[in-house]
Design a protein around this ligand. Structure first.
Ligand code: ZN
Length: 235
């Protein structure tokens, strides 16, 4: 990987948000590598969507193909062992008494950023890109801007390397994420994200809706559907 400012590591799960972030990074940086985490998530099927998305991006955008470097898969199975979340257990997805959704995996994004920075350190990349979002986020405290800024400081000091953490979706909603996707890659990119990226918490890809594949009923599907419909109404 090229040294210094032009290199980025994108936390790319295979979801809609991280696919949009990958396109954002490919548009901006000369060298982009991707990292994903297997934490025994119920929707592990998202990890199977990743190679297809990468292949389709390479085929549809030759200028990005040359920038897209190594893909890293990090095994964080231990996270699934520790966490009692309905993202890692077959339990009901609901709002808990503390106001947090039961899909909250405590520390998940903090750990992802740390491991992402470890990959970036090894690969000589300064920039780390993630799809965290405070606007219509699912109530996860580690998606908040302050949490990301605190991690940027902690990682930069703790690894003695100046990292810049980018969260292009932080202040935009899902409809605006689709608009950003369209600005970056037109209908071609919107189609790749719509058809290939995965959001459903239950890992359901059996039914193709206008907004993509999913069960259509879980919070992740509801958010994705509402965002796509809002985007279609005002592209
Ligand atoms: Zn779903």
């Amino acid at each position: 990987m090229a040294e210094g400012d032009g290199s980025a590591v994108v936390m790319f799960s295979g979801g809609q948000d991280s696919t949009a972030c990958l396109a954002w990074a490919l548009d901006k940086f000369e060298r982009v590598e991707t990292v994903a985490f297997d934490y025994r998530q119920r929707h592990r099927i998202e990890l199977e969507c990743r190679p297809r998305i990468l292949d389709r991006l390479r085929a549809a955008f030759p200028e990005w193909a040359g920038r897209l470097g190594q893909d890293h898969m990090i095994d964080l199975g231990v996270m699934g062992e520790i966490s009692e979340s309905s993202l890692t257990r077959e339990t009901e997805i609901k709002l808990q008494a503390d106001g947090l959704p039961s899909t909250f995996v405590p520390g998940r994004n903090l750990a992802f950023l740390t491991f992402g920075a470890m990959v970036a350190y090894r690969r000589g990349a300064r920039h780390i890109v993630g799809g965290m979002c405070e606007t219509d986020y699912s109530g996860y405290p580690d998606c908040r801007d302050d949490a990301i800024k605190a991690m940027q400081v902690a990682l930069s000091i703790g690894m003695d390397r100046r990292f810049t953490l980018h969260t292009p979706l932080m202040w935009i909603d899902k409809a605006e994420t689709w608009r950003m996707t369209h600005r970056l890659g037109g209908d071609k990119l919107v189609e790749i994200v719509r058809g290939e990226s995965h959001s459903c918490y239950l890992g359901d890809r059996t039914t193709m809706h206008v907004w993509g594949r999913g069960c259509g009923a879980c919070p992740a599907c509801e958010l994705r559907q509402a965002g796509y419909e809002k985007y279609r109404a005002a592209p």
